[in-house]
Design a binder for this molecule. Structure first.
Ligand code: GDP
Ligand code: MG
Length: 370
């Protein structure tokens, strides 16, 4: 939904359109000043040119939601959150299904799977990986546009028989814009036309230097269809996660992000949230976007009722007053009065964004369309 022409962006940044086109070219995109680019690409450019971007949800810091940092001694390791991106038909859905399928077969839950927008897989050493199972860069971009940075690691899927395609390049740009490390899954290696080396060489043109080429981006040859090397891909993710030392304080009121939401006929508004810090419990009072509620029940990705969910755990929450949007911040607060206060504040921020004509800032430009 968010797009801006290169010229318009240049005007807002007080830079020359031609310089932006040149920078885009270096990023692997051939566009003219009159063509539109999406938000992440725009942000990447803005950052490249040394301007700052303020995200929408930073407004929450003003009212003491999500602002304060946790003391280092309260931090514990948490599982990585992974998003799979890549060109259409390169095998994102197949890969997500294959990874999850392996888990379901091996797991004790008896193969009951539920689509809640995210799932966790367990590794032999008992560590876990969380996958957001809304693949594609639209979801990633939409979430980031709303100030939610939930992804720790991007797995870029490239079909070995097709090579880099426009959406692959877009995905690379989104990932760079987000500052998120990438692992390349070279898929469809079962096909006889597969040419993984060509993929590695094409990646070089976008400054992605995989290990085989002397760089530090991990690449794994896989086949989602034949379920080849899925364990290697999971190991690569685990290794990347170790390097990142992802941590969160589990002992505090939960802060989470909505990854998916819907209205269920029988159960009312439902949201799958990904806990980012703290532990979410049944009975907690929360604000989500500009609505509030109380956790009536929680269901995990295996369809089981759970009483609590810690960092990096995705759960479906019942007890919302309205259906939120993907990317909405979900914060546990001390009581209902506080919940109403925060919800009202957020509503006023939304109203202001809708009515004021945007001054020269990216934040307003995109927030007004969010
Ligand atoms: P997406 O659009 O990226 O989600 O791609 P899909 O997962 O829908 O896959 C697109 C097509 O590629 C489907 O027909 C899949 O069966 C096929 N496909 C996916 N992975 C593989 C693979 O590893 N090998 C082969 N031969 N086909 C694959
Ligand atoms: Mg798909």
């Amino acid at each position: 939904p968010e797009a801006i022409t290169v010229q318009e962006l240049a005007n807002r940044m007080a830079e020359r359109g031609a310089d932006l086109v040149k920078a885009l070219f270096k990023m692997g995109m051939m566009v003219t000043v009159n063509q539109t680019i999406d938000q992440d690409t725009a942000e990447l450019l803005v950052t490249e040119f040394g301007h700052n971007i303020k995200r929408v949800s930073e407004a929450d810091v003003e009212i003491g939601i999500g602002g304060e940092e946790d003391a280092p001694e309260t931090l514990r390791l948490r599982p990585p959150v992974v998003t799979i991106m890549g060109h259409v038909d390169h095998g994102k859905t197949s890969l997500l299904d294959a990874i999850r399928g392996a888990e379901v077969v091996a797991g004790e839950a008896g193969g009951i799977t539920q689509h809640i927008g995210a799932y966790q897989v367990g590794l032999p050493d008992k560590s876990k990986i969380t996958f957001l199972d809304t693949p594609g860069h639209e979801a990633f971009t939409e979430m980031r546009a709303r100030g939610a940075n939930v992804t720790d690691i991007v797995v870029l899927v490239v079909a070995a028989d097709d090579g880099l395609k426009p959406q692959t390049v877009e995905a690379i740009n989104h990932t760079k814009a987000a500052g998120v490390p990438m692992i390349v899954a070279i898929n469809k290696i079962d096909k006889h036309e597969a040419n993984p080396q060509k993929v590695r060489e094409e990646l070089l043109q976008h400054e992605i230097v995989v290990e085989d080429m002397g760089g530090d981006v991990q690449d794994v040859e896989v086949s989602a269809l034949k379920k080849t090397n899925l364990d290697k891909l999971l190991e690569a993710i685990q290794l990347q996660a170790e390097i990142l030392e992802l941590k969160a304080n589990p002992d505090r009121p939960a802060e989470a992000t909505v990854v998916e939401a819907k209205l269920d006929k029988g159960r009312g508004p439902l949201a799958t949230v990904l806990v980012q810090r703290g532990t979410l419990r049944v009975g907690d009072i929360f604000v989500v976007g500009a609505a509030s509620g109380k956790v009536r029940a929680m269901i995990d990705d295996k369809g089981r009722q759970v009483k609590e969910a810690g960092p990096s755990v995705p759960v479906e929450v019942l007890g919302l007053s309205a259906v939120p949007s993907a990317g909405d911040p979900f914060s546990v607060v001390e009581n209902e009065a506080r919940a109403r206060e925060v919800a009202a504040y957020r509503q006023s921020v939304l109203d202001r964004k809708r009515t004021t004509s945007a001054p020269v800032s990216l934040e307003n430009m995109f927030a007004s369309k969010a």
